[in-house]
Design a protein around this ligand. Structure first.
Ligand SMILES: [Zn+2]
Length: 352
């Protein structure tokens, strides 16, 4: 297809249609670009930046238009049909200006096909013609220094939900009400209980619901099933994977039983305490530390296709204990004291 960078201005459905003509790599790139298309607003600049071709809003006899000669002569957007004074070109002016061979019917057929409300918006403005059409991605590619970093951020912003939306979703999924201060606590918890960036990132991804499970991976075609890796019986939701699955539930119960037997720390795991953390408990610091480390351990078991075991979980706790002991040398005295006190609560399962 001709049109060079103009291709990236096409609508979501047009991009998904034309990608079939490309190799798998470009199909992937075009799909990603299509996923970033935003709903059209009634802003004049948005309307003038609309492509004339393969645009499902501009239909002639039930079909979208595609005039190769126009594209070759740099007519691609509604903006290209507008004169400097904001009015539409007439037929003669149009062919003279662009030196295009096109019929009277083709020209007026396309102008007639523009949605009435778009034409009203265009007519209601004075001196409206744009110097350049606007498009978030194309503008970024042309103007930003680190393009891939910038595009990555746009993608992240797209999939990242606002905290309030995530909170609402979690409230429904967990079936509990959580007040704002509690949310602040749960969101800051990973920063309070560990210095380890992988643990912090893990909980961040879980809280923002962007951690890969079979449901998400199947949507991206990275998994052939959306069922739980451990039991293969139920959809692998976060709640199932980290709490409700019979293998995982047994693991938590056995682990906390062991903690009570060996360390005299008594705790009955609940769905919200496993997903979000423990808010009220005498030993909440060490409990939150254990839950975060072991929740990531459960996730690693999922990746390795092995069922979580208490013996291996204790090995993981010991590993993070040793990391904390080393990092204590870099902490303030008060912080080092807190870390030491925290781990001392489960002294009996720590190998020194
Ligand atoms: Zn399961």
């Amino acid at each position: 297809m001709n049109g060079g960078e103009n291709m990236w201005h096409l609508s979501k459905s047009a991009l998904n249609e034309i990608k079939k003509e490309f190799n798998p790599f470009w199909q992937n790139v075009i799909s990603s670009c299509a996923s970033l298309c935003e709903p059209l607003t009634t802003a004049p600049s948005d309307i003038l930046s609309q492509p004339l071709f393969l645009n499902e809003n501009i239909m002639i006899d039930g079909k979208t238009a595609f005039y190769k000669r126009w594209i070759q002569n740099n007519v691609f957007f509604i903006n290209d049909l507008i004169k400097e004074n904001g009015e539409f070109y007439n037929y003669d002016e149009f062919i003279r200006n662009y030196n295009i061979k096109t019929t009277f019917l083709e020209f007026y057929g396309l102008i007639l096909a523009l949605p009435k409300e778009w034409k009203n918006i265009i007519h209601s403005q004075v001196f409206l013609k744009l110097n350049t059409v606007s498009h978030k991605i194309v503008t970024a590619i042309k103007t930003v220094d680190k393009v891939s970093k910038h595009l990555y951020k746009i993608f992240l912003d797209k999939i990242k939900e606002t905290p309030s939306r995530i909170q609402e979703k979690w409230k429904i999924k967990l079936g509990i009400d959580i007040v704002a201060e509690e949310w602040n606590y749960f969101f800051s918890l990973p920063l309070l209980i560990t210095e380890d960036p992988t643990l912090r990132a893990f909980q961040y991804r879980l809280l923002h619901r962007i951690l890969g499970t079979n449901i998400l991976l199947m949507k991206c075609k990275y998994s052939e099933t959306e069922l739980c890796t451990f039991c293969t019986e139920t959809k692998e939701t976060y709640i199932h994977l980290f709490f409700e699955c019979r293998y995982v539930r047994t693991f938590w119960l056995n682990f906390f039983q062991k903690l009570e037997d060996v360390c005299n720390v008594s705790f009955l795991p609940t769905l919200s305490s496993i997903i979000l953390g423990v808010n009220y408990h005498l030993f909440k610091d060490i409990l939150n530390t254990c839950i975060l480390i072991l929740k990531r351990y459960v996730y690693l078991c999922r990746v390795r296709f092995t069922v979580p075991s208490v013996a291996e979980a204790i090995e993981w706790l010991n590993y993070y204990y040793r990391v904390d002991m080393v990092s204590m040398n870099l902490c303030s005295t008060n912080k080092a004291k807190r870390i030491k006190e925290k781990w001392s609560n489960i002294n009996n399962i720590i190998k020194k």
